[in-house]
Every structure is written in structure tokens, then in C-alpha cells.
Write a protein that binds this ligand. Structure first.
Ligand SMILES: [Zn+2]
Length: 267
């Protein structure tokens, strides 16, 4: 049996989408692997799951017992390495990943309660020198009383003026929000930046809409993480009377693509 969606997601979140062996951020190029193989009755539970990048997955999975070269990974070694990485991730939630070019801070935001309306700054960094990244920032909501669309996201600083031309149509759709439910059934908002420039920081102000009234005095928090990034901007194209931009969401969402379609009105 393959891993259930919830187990896969838990493993990806706890690993911060990094490989548990080489600790490199792997983004969508991750494998949730059975430590004890299914063929040996390994369970499809979180205890038996490890996140691996494609390269390490190949090394772990394709060891040839008939023609041994080097040392094979044992199940207990994989478990120890995974636990060590998960412990590090848990102990250092706000620390940017060592080799991750895109990061976000802070990782938690307090939205206040029925007495206080707080505003917090959210920074998204691209440390790379050369690449533009399409970035999906996941905003998880830890409150029963707040809906994703009631979170206010104001652009403070960065480059918002990227224009794309497709034929005669000029459009700007570089930053937007998607509200949905994730694979684990939780309400989330995604802040999507189509093209985060090299060596730049984009800043947003996050709060809740004043119209969103809360009944309880307990804390209402957001959990923030980079869900995916890729070093390609949105795909674009044009038809006879329209132009479109296509964005590819993170793989654990139940949708395959978002397209903005613009009708051509002028020649
Ligand atoms: Zn790896």
C-alpha cells in the first residue's frame, strides 16, 4: 500500500522538504520512501517513512546485493538519520535551511485576539545571484474562526511592476493569493510570487481584516513556510483572442494548474 496522503504530508512538513540523508532542500523533487520496503511488509505509517531527494533515493533503493559496491544503507541507519534531521527541524523552525535559496521569516504570526488586532511583517528572501523563482508561500491557519480570505496581505516592498507581454496584451500578475484546503484538509492561503528576483527581499504586512471578528481571547496564529519554489516563471502563451499565464501549484494540492486568461480587447 502506498503512503496515505496524510502520512506523506506529515513526512514532507517535518522534513521541510529536505532530504533526510544529504539535508538538501529538494522541493517537488522529493520521494517519501519506505524504510522497510513494502515487499518486506514495511508499514505505510509515519514511523516507516523517510523523505529522500532523487539522488539519495536512487542510492538507497538501487543497491545491488548481487554485485555489492560500498556499504548498503540499513533500515536502522535510515531511521537514525531521519530522526536526527526531524529533531533539527523541530528545534530550529525559524532557521533558514542551509542550502535553501528561498526562505521566509517569521515562521509564525500572531493575528491577535478579540481585543488586539496585530500587524506583522513577513519577509521572503531570494539569496541566489542568478535565478528568478516562482514561490508558493503556505499560510496555514491555526484558528477555527478565521477563513483564508480574511487574512489581509499587503505588499510593502519589492518589485511589483513586472509586466508580461503576450502578443498585444500586457499584463501584470506577479503576486496573488490562492485560498484552498490542503491535502490534510486544513484551511490554507498561498501567497504566490511569480518571479522573486535574485538577491532580493519582498516584504508583506500580514494581519486579519478588521471585519473579521473573533469571539475568543485565545491566540489566533498563522504558520508560514515555503511550500515550493521553482526557477521558472509562469508559462505564458497566446491564442487568437486571448493570452494566458499558467502557474503550477505544489504537488500536495488537489489542483494541477492555475491559469489567468486575458481577453484581447485592443489591436
Ligand atoms: Zn539527498
Amino acid at each position: 500500500m502506498p503512503f496515505p496522503h496524510t502520512v506523506k504530508e506529515e513526512a514532507l512538513v517535518r522534513s521541510r522538504r529536505c532530504c533526510c540523508l544529504c539535508n538538501e532542500f529538494a522541493g517537488i523533487y522529493t520521494n517519501v520512501h519506505h524504510i522497510i520496503p513494502e515487499s518486506q511488509n514495511g508499514a505505510s505509517t509515519i514511523d516507516n517513512a523517510i523523505v529522500l531527494c532523487l539522488r539519495c533515493h536512487g542510492e538507497v533503493g538501487h543497491y545491488n546485493n548481487e554485485h555489492p559496491v560500498g556499504n548498503k544503507y540499513s533500515a536502522s541507519e535510515l531511521t537514525k538519520r531521519r530522526d536526527a534531521w526531524w529533531t533539527w527541524c523541530e528545534d530550529n523552525p525559524a532557521v533558514p535551511l542551509p542550502k535553501n535559496p528561498v526562505s521566509v521569516s517569521p515562521s509564525r504570526i500572531d493575528l491577535g485576539n478579540d481585543e488586539w488586532l496585530t500587524k506583522s511583517l513577513l519577509h521572503i528572501y531570494n539569496k541566489e545571484d542568478r535565478f528568478y523563482y516562482q514561490v508558493w508561500v503556505k499560510i496555514g491557519i491555526e484558528s477555527e474562526e478565521i477563513q483564508p480570505e480574511q487574512i489581509s496581505i499587503d505588499f510593502v516592498r519589492g518589485h511589483d511592476d513586472l509586466k508580461l507581454r503576450a502578443g498585444f496584451v500586457e499584463m501584470s500578475a506577479s503576486i496573488f493569493r490562492v485560498c484552498c484546503v490542503d491535502g490534510a484538509g486544513k484551511k490554507v492561503a498561498f501567497l504566490v510570487i511569480n518571479s522573486l528576483e535574485p538577491h532580493s527581499i519582498y516584504t508583506f504586512e500580514i494581519s486579519r481584516l478588521p471585519s473579521c471578528k473573533l469571539s475568543s481571547t485565545k491566540a489566533h496564529k498563522l504558520q508560514i513556510a515555503i511550500s515550493s519554489f521553482r526557477d521558472e516563471p509562469a508559462g505564458s502563451g497566446e491564442g487568437a483572442n486571448e493570452a494566458f499565464l499558467t502557474f503550477i501549484p505544489p504537488e500536495n494540492l488537489q489542483m494541477t494548474a492555475i491559469s489567468l486568461v486575458m481577453r484581447r480587447t485592443t489591436k
